[in-house]
Design a protein around this ligand. Structure first.
Ligand SMILES: *[C@@H]1O[C@H](CO)[C@@H](O)[C@H](O)[C@H]1NC(C)=O
Ligand SMILES: *[C@@H]1O[C@H](CO)[C@@H](O)[C@H](O)[C@H]1NC(C)=O
Length: 221
């Protein structure tokens, strides 16, 4: 094969993988990743081959890992994201799910999902909840047990438990890989040059240092 043709083929095959990595209408009922085939590990971009459907079982479509609370972060949030990585049955179905528990006063800082709209249901508690649109208008209020709020795709949103008891929120997202960027970490924890951050936020080098210590993810410090 000529080198030129090889390069073209590589580009073409990469393109195919990227295309498959969006959430298209599935062309089959489901695709339980075939973990036996070696490439069955669910990664961000590579859609693994499916199990032969005659080997699928009811258990492939049930996930019990959100019966209990996840691990709390230092913001008083315990979130479990139910994606094909932990619930393979979701693969190719264009959806994911999240359970979020908030301690009293706990919060989920401003963040967004680049690839999904989210609808959040308050199972218990009083939650100050909202999002900011692309004209920087904020839409926020306290939502109560039994209410839902929708966060449009790609818009910054946030939650805070303003009640006197723990809060639980279930959220459904219309992508199997919604992605998530927390604003404080994206800004101060990503490695953007200090000089730019100082100018952009009108902060001193000392203040930037403080923000970095706070928001650089543990393990990268
Ligand atoms: C799936 O399994 C069935 C039953 O074992 C078999 O007949 C069929 O050929 C398999 N299909 C594929 C695509 O391997
Ligand atoms: C919580 O942390 C423990 C210990 O690090 C870990 O084994 C467990 O999988 C975590 N639970 C969740 C839901 O992430």
């Amino acid at each position: 094969m000529s080198p030129k043709l090889t390069v073209l083929l590589v580009i073409f095959s990469l393109h195919c993988r990227m295309t498959l990595a969006s959430d298209p209408d599935p062309v089959q009922d489901y695709c339980i990743p075939n973990t036996k085939s070696g490439t069955g590990k669910t990664t961000r971009l590579i859609v693994p081959p499916c199990k032969n459907s005659s080997e699928a079982t009811t258990d492939d479509f049930v996930f019990s890992g959100i019966k209990s609370i996840g691990n709390f972060s230092d913001t008083g949030l315990a979130a479990i994201t139910v994606s094909p990585a932990i619930f393979p049955g979701l693969n190719t179905l264009g959806m994911s799910f999240v359970r979020a528990d908030l301690k009293v006063g706990g919060f989920n800082p401003p963040h967004f999902h680049p690839r999904a709209t989210e609808i959040a249901y308050v199972v218990q508690g009083r939650v100050y909840s909202g999002f900011v649109d692309s004209t920087n208008r904020v839409f926020a209020r306290v939502i109560l047990q039994g209410e839902v709020m929708v966060f449009p795709r790609g818009l910054v949103h946030f939650l805070m438990n303003v009640g006197e008891a723990p809060a639980t929120i279930f959220g459904s997202l219309n992508s199997q890989n919604p992605g998530m960027q927390k604003i404080p970490t994206a800004i101060f924890g990503s490695g953007i040059k200090d000089e730019l951050l100082e100018k952009a936020f009108g902060l001193s080098p000392k203040q930037i240092g403080m923000m970095r210590r706070k928001f650089v993810p543990k393990g990268l410090r």
